[in-house]
Design a binder for this molecule. Structure first.
Ligand SMILES: NC(=O)c1ccc[n+]([C@@H]2O[C@H](COP(=O)([O-])OP(=O)(O)OC[C@H]3O[C@@H](n4cnc5c(N)ncnc54)[C@H](OP(=O)(O)O)[C@@H]3O)[C@@H](O)[C@H]2O)c1
Length: 366
């Protein structure tokens, strides 16, 4: 049998705008205990762009190595086993997990259970465990053919929001009443706003959930129904500096951080740095008065896994997901992209922030 022609979408590590699709050959005969997955689809949001922006610092380039100077941005999606020399993983099985932006992934399954396996490929060993796990869809009742695309878009982002919400609640919201979420239209912020709004209602909390967004996204953010107040980046001085605030920052924009810190001063009780969607404006000349605290979801998840156990964490996540899933389903429009040309366009638009926040984008490279 001839080798399999696989496609990888690769980007220049120090110039993310430079990207191309490259073809590689995968031998028809796999070495012992290996499995070849054919990627059905993956989602693309700014979170993937951030993987590229901090690829060197956090190690994201190490998951799927490629040509020198280039990297493959990881993406969350679904894939089917098309070849297996591992006795415990069968052709036809379908797994959710962390894939290259491409058409195929070769893995070395380890710690196999009915729920899934860990990819023990040596170059992935030192990376956070959460990214090396592949879930067998048959063992996860929350995954249905109808929910797969929503899951590929939201699951990792939602998990982050669940953990931030949990952290804020545990810390009694740092005695603040004003919760400010920047890049309020981003999917991670949406999920957090939804969970905070739910908590506010069910626990009768005195919280004001404020969405900070671009002028052009204000209507969309307002219509979501989870924010009590929506303001744009030029209206930061309208925040009530008599009240104590928590900021959860998804934008990473230096000027926004500067404006928030100077306008709120000591009324900024906790500055939670989560995202970098505005990656081209992360730096600025003005020195920031205060530092924030970087929130890294895999680290916080490990802490909760140790304290609660994996089953309990998953149970709470699952219950919480149901609340969000039923709310988000009516606000999102899923868009399908097929082939390298449409991926190149989508990727370039995403890099420059030209994406409609209402859209959830999924890609397949047949
Ligand atoms: N620390 C962690 O563990 C962790 C975990 C998950 C996600 N995150 C981070 O959270 C952030 C949000 O990710 P997401 O996937 O939810 O984002 P997303 O839904 O794709 O966000 C889209 C929104 O981000 C803003 N935006 C996007 N691109 C921009 C650009 N180039 N310039 C300026 N603004 C831009 C716009 O919002 P506005 O107009 O509202 O500003 C846009 O509507 C990412 O940086 C992601 O890496 C971090």
């Amino acid at each position: 049998m001839p080798p399999i022609q696989a496609l990888d979408f690769i980007v220049k590590k120090d110039l993310l705008q430079e990207c191309k699709a490259v073809v590689k050959s995968i031998p028809d005969h796999l070495p012992e205990n290996q499995v070849l997955l054919e990627i059905d689809f993956f989602s693309l949001t700014s979170n993937n762009i951030t993987y590229g922006v901090i690829g060197e610092k956090i190690g994201y380039w190490q998951f799927f190595p490629t040509e020198d100077a280039y990297g493959i941005i990881p993406a969350w999606g679904f894939a089917n086993v098309i070849k297996s020399t591992h006795p415990e993983v069968k052709v036809g099985q379908r797994f959710y997990g962390y894939y290259p932006m491409g058409s195929h992934l070769l893995v070395k399954p380890d710690k196999i259970s009915p729920n899934g396996f860990v990819d023990a490929t040596p170059h992935r060993k030192a990376l956070p465990a959460i990214y090396n796990y592949y879930s067998n869809i048959e063992a996860d009742p929350t995954i249905t053919p109808d929910s797969e695309k929503l899951i590929s878009i939201f699951r990792p982002l939602f998990a982050t929001s669940f953990l931030i919400d949990d952290h804020l609640a545990e810390m009694e919201f740092f005695n603040a009443s004003q919760m400010v979420l920047t890049s309020a239209s981003s999917k991670t912020a949406q999920a957090l706003a939804c969970l905070l709004a739910h908590r506010k209602k069910t626990e009768r909390l005195e919280l004001n959930i404020i969405g900070l967004t671009s002028k052009s996204n204000m209507d969309f953010v307002g219509e979501l129904g989870w924010y009590d107040q929506v303001i744009d980046y030029e209206e930061i001085d309208q925040l009530n500096s008599d009240q104590t605030h928590v900021v959860v920052d998804f934008t990473g924009n230096h000027q926004t951080q500067f404006d928030l810190q100077t306008s709120l001063g000591d009324q900024l009780a906790y500055n939670c740095l989560v995202g970098l969607v505005d990656w081209q404006h992360m730096r600025g000349e003005q020195k920031l008065p205060k530092k924030g605290e970087f929130f890294f979801a895999p680290t916080y998840a490990e802490k909760r896994q140790k304290e609660w156990g994996v089953a309990e964490l998953n149970k709470r996540l699952g219950l919480s997901w149901k609340i969000f899933e039923s709310a988000v389903i009516s606000t999102i429009e899923i868009k399908d992209y097929e082939g390298e040309e449409s991926l190149t366009q989508l990727y370039s638009d995403m890099l420059s922030g030209k994406i409609d926040p209402k859209h959830g984008n999924v890609v397949s490279l047949p």
